[in-house]
Design a protein around this ligand. Structure first.
Ligand SMILES: NC(=O)c1ccc[n+]([C@@H]2O[C@H](COP(=O)([O-])OP(=O)(O)OC[C@H]3O[C@@H](n4cnc5c(N)ncnc54)[C@H](OP(=O)(O)O)[C@@H]3O)[C@@H](O)[C@H]2O)c1
Length: 214
């Protein structure tokens, strides 16, 4: 697939690199310097290049949206018309100093984004995992016991594209349901972040769901 990266920082840089290593064609866009985008593309040593958000969006089979919530309107304006596009967002609706969600309870960042993009096919994915783990998960992707990743959205075709990319990075995709489930996933990511960055010695968190049959 051709994947446009809108926001080439910690999340966009790493995921774009792994999408390219998995065989996709990647266009890195939206950073503060063009040199950084070109360096990222060069380091991939594969099918990747740097360009503008509008070019990244043009002909893309999927777009990864990975910017701070405050940059959302700017990157969308630069990307242009995204109607009909698969837009995978890992963005959390955080305030300027990243201390709290600015959308919650009755909506989510993903749903607010879907309202902004006319006829866009928004899927929420990748945001539940700190960017530090992606390379390790990719390196271990052939192991039987792969970590799961929940994603949600309202468009089945867009969700299939997303599930493929989640699998390509090394996770088992778990369809968590419609886009409104992002109301629960987004606060959950804060818990994961808290454990990853502020916990004593890193994340030591395990959970398990068991379904009891009669
Ligand atoms: N990092 C994580 O582990 C993580 C986990 C879950 C969810 N998220 C969410 O994912 C999204 C992206 O997070 P991130 O950590 O990848 O952020 P980040 O590293 O700050 O990346 C944001 C990108 O936007 C670019 N940017 C910022 N201001 C710009 C401007 N004025 N003009 C052009 N480009 C600009 C940055 O450019 P530069 O590259 O030049 O800085 C960078 O490439 C956020 O919504 C965050 O809440 C992150």
């Amino acid at each position: 697939m051709r994947i446009g990266i809108l926001g080439s920082g910690l999340m966009g840089g790493k995921l774009g690199t792994l999408f390219a290593r998995a065989g996709h064609e990647v266009v890195f866009s939206y950073a503060r310097s063009e040199r950084k985008l070109k360096r990222l593309a060069r380091q991939v040593k594969g099918n990747a290049r740097a360009d503008t958000p509008a070019d990244a969006a043009h002909d893309a089979d999927a777009l990864l949206l990975a910017v701070h919530w405050l940059r959302m309107d700017d990157v969308l304006k630069q990307a242009g018309d995204l109607s009909g596009k698969v837009i995978i967002t890992c963005c959390l609706p955080m305030n300027a100093d990243d201390t709290a969600l600015v959308v919650g309870r009755t909506s989510s960042g993903a749903e607010e984004l879907a309202k902004k993009i006319r006829r866009g096919k928004v899927v929420s994915a990748f945001g539940t995992v700190p960017s530090e783990v992606f390379f390790g998960v990719f390196a271990a992707r052939r192991r039987a016991n792969r970590p799961s990743m929940a994603y949600c959205g309202d468009d089945d075709a867009a969700k299939n594209v997303t599930a493929t990319l989640i699998r390509d990075v090394g996770f088992d995709p778990v369809d968590a349901g419609p886009l409104r489930i992002a109301r629960y996933l987004e606060p959950f990511t804060l818990l994961m972040g808290q454990l990853a960055y502020e916990g004593d010695g890193g994340p030591e968190f395990a959970y398990r769901f068991e379904r009891f049959e009669e």
